[in-house]
Design a protein around this ligand. Structure first.
Ligand SMILES: NC(=O)c1ccc[n+]([C@@H]2O[C@H](COP(=O)([O-])OP(=O)(O)OC[C@H]3O[C@@H](n4cnc5c(N)ncnc54)[C@H](O)[C@@H]3O)[C@@H](O)[C@H]2O)c1
Length: 255
């Protein structure tokens, strides 16, 4: 995208699950647009060194903090560490997420809890931690990386689809609650992007063929497609876009 559009100079951002995949691309794009960025990474997960380097190349303040979004204490401690380091968080990107495919008859309680705690609970409580500062400053952006799976069913992924549907409903409700404070709350809903989350499934020819047949554009989305949508929603220009679930799906969900 043209970096002179949708500038984020003097803004501060926090991206969860930012060590690799979509989160890394989003964090780098936010830094490129002028924001200082905190990378929240899962303890024991992929080290954020490469993303740190890529984001720091734009001359912004970039730091990494550990945060396990499933646990409120870890979310609180991580949010506090970022607020101390950056002074404020204007833009929150709730990107951390997991997908543990299992057909409905095989879903266990642990599978359910792990997906809901990571995909729904974590982002909600992080937004709850950071919203008071946004309210005080009268400006904020909360952006969830949801999924097309929050809008359509995908066989073998009932729990993942339910978590993303729940995320979309949080977006609608928080948008309505916080609009009066100058905060917008939106979601980006990507189709399949090749990352650690999907690579193994997309390697199976029959699954890849099913996916490509479902996307009218005939191709997977790229990390940059998702990052560009986040940059737009974070920008001043998107100030009247609120409670929106922005499909970045090449048309999967409209037929
Ligand atoms: N790749 C796709 O096709 C696709 C499509 C639609 C939506 N999404 C969503 O995009 C987001 C990013 O996915 P991705 O494709 O980059 O996958 P990924 O596996 O590369 O990244 C997910 C990130 O979340 C982090 N994470 C997982 N559990 C965590 C926890 N408990 N605490 C903190 N961080 C945790 C991981 O460490 C990882 O960095 C997810 O929410 C996913 O549901 C992905």
């Amino acid at each position: 995208m043209n970096p002179s559009l949708f500038r984020l100079d003097a803004k501060t951002a926090l991206v969860t699950g930012a060590a690799a995949g979509l989160g890394a691309g989003i964090a780098v794009a936010l830094a490129r647009q002028g924001a200082d960025v905190a990378l929240a990474v899962r303890p024991g997960g992929t080290p954020p060194d490469e993303t740190l380097q890529r984001a720091q190349a734009f001359g912004r303040r970039v730091l990494a903090v550990e945060m396990d979004v499933r646990h409120l204490a870890s979310v609180q401690a991580g949010a506090q560490a970022v607020l101390e380091a950056l002074g404020a968080v204007d833009i929150l990107v709730n990107n951390a997420g997991i997908n543990r495919p299992a057909f409905a008859l095989e879903v266990t309680e642990a599978n359910w809890d792990d997906q809901f705690n990571t995909n729904v609970k974590g982002g909600f409580f992080l937004a709850q931690q950071l919203a008071p500062g946004m309210i005080k400053r009268g400006w904020g952006r909360v952006i969830w990386i949801s999924s097309q799976a929050g809008v359509v069913g995908i066989p073998g992924q009932p729990v993942y689809c339910a978590t993303k549907g729940a995320v979309n409903q949080l977006v609608h409700t928080l948008a309505v609650e916080w609009a009066q404070h100058g905060i917008t709350v939106n979601a980006v809903c990507p189709t399949f992007v090749e990352t650690a989350l999907t690579r193994e499934r997309l390697r199976r020819p029959e699954f890849r063929e099913f996916v490509l047949r479902k996307i009218p554009a005939g191709k997977l989305a790229q990390v940059e497609d998702v990052a560009s949508a986040v940059v737009y929603l974070a920008s001043e220009e998107a100030g009247m876009v609120n409670g929106h679930t922005l499909m970045v799906d090449g048309g999967w969900t409209v037929w």
